[in-house]
Design a protein around this ligand. Sequence first.
Ligand SMILES: CSC[C@H]1O[C@H](OP(=O)(O)O)[C@H](O)[C@@H]1O
Length: 352
Amino acid sequence: MSMSERREPYTIAWDAESECIIYIDQTLLPGRYELMRCTTVDDLARAIRRLEIRGAPALGIAGAMGMALAAVRSTEGDLGRFLDDLRRAGDFLKSTRPTAVNLSWGIDRVLAKVSMARTVAEAKALAVAEANAVAEEDELTCRRLGGFGKDLFPDDCTVLTHCNAGALACRCWGTALGVIRSAVAAGKNVRVFACETRPLNQGSRLTCWELARDGIDVTLIPDSSAAYLMRKGKIDLVIVGADRITKDAVFNKIGTYMHAVAAHHHKIPFYVAAPVSTFDLARVESEITVEERDRAELAYCGDRQLVPDDVRVLNYAFDATPLDLVDAIITEIGVLRPPYAKSFQFIETTRS
Ligand SMILES: CSC[C@H]1O[C@H](OP(=O)(O)O)[C@H](O)[C@@H]1O
């Protein structure tokens, strides 16, 4: 079946009948493909913390649907207290993963909409409708972004990716992988080197799974091989996703900065694919919290201990790449090129 015809259940969706969230549990991939049902905000927070649901745009959708979940489960009859409860649920969900701005963006988008309600019933309906709107817009956003990005690809090229910025990080299609899909659909001959992306292996487990299912040529490499393959002339360009883009830096999965430095040294184009919702242009790198995750993610591989108990572990989930190492930022409203200050003014006007 061609890619465009394959209709998978979306990575995350609102089930109107049972008023709950349905999502693919990404911790089980690639071995098991299981759809999970989430009925409470606490369940959703746990799923986000465990990266059952992950990826910036998917977190935006999850945040919006978390507000819908809080709304439909509420028994509060007073509108003022109902809205206060929703704001508290939103703050709780925002605390689960602080680096990706999309999570807060999705939550705040629904809260802004429900604040216009005149009754609790209207607020509940608005929350669900806005959450679904966030999800549906994501698909169109990814395809538009892919449409712009594909033109940056040579007709025959080998591309390096890091982590997973694919359909599993969005509602479907993907951002960085969405550009690859759009380039392949446009008839370009694209080969992919996917970095495994230690410690949680989003590259080997998720990106390789996605691309193999689409019949796209993908080879798994350890993160540590990327620079050597660049030195050997095996990489034509690098494309990654993003979790937050500030005035001066791109926050993305740990290891992204390493690839940006190596690409810059080898004069290889380094591209970031991200929707406008990932931009946080009121802040600079130094103001952003970089999520640190559990020691166990590095200290164990399954049941196998990899480091002595008395050795410290520092497990950053993200890093920051300065914009002067980024050759282009591909968005759903076009491709941004340096100097970014002028492009960012345009972004701000589209959002105001
Ligand atoms: C399309 S953005 C995906 C972005 O999110 C990933 O982080 P995580 O797997 O921890 O949610 C990674 O930074 C990807 O680039």
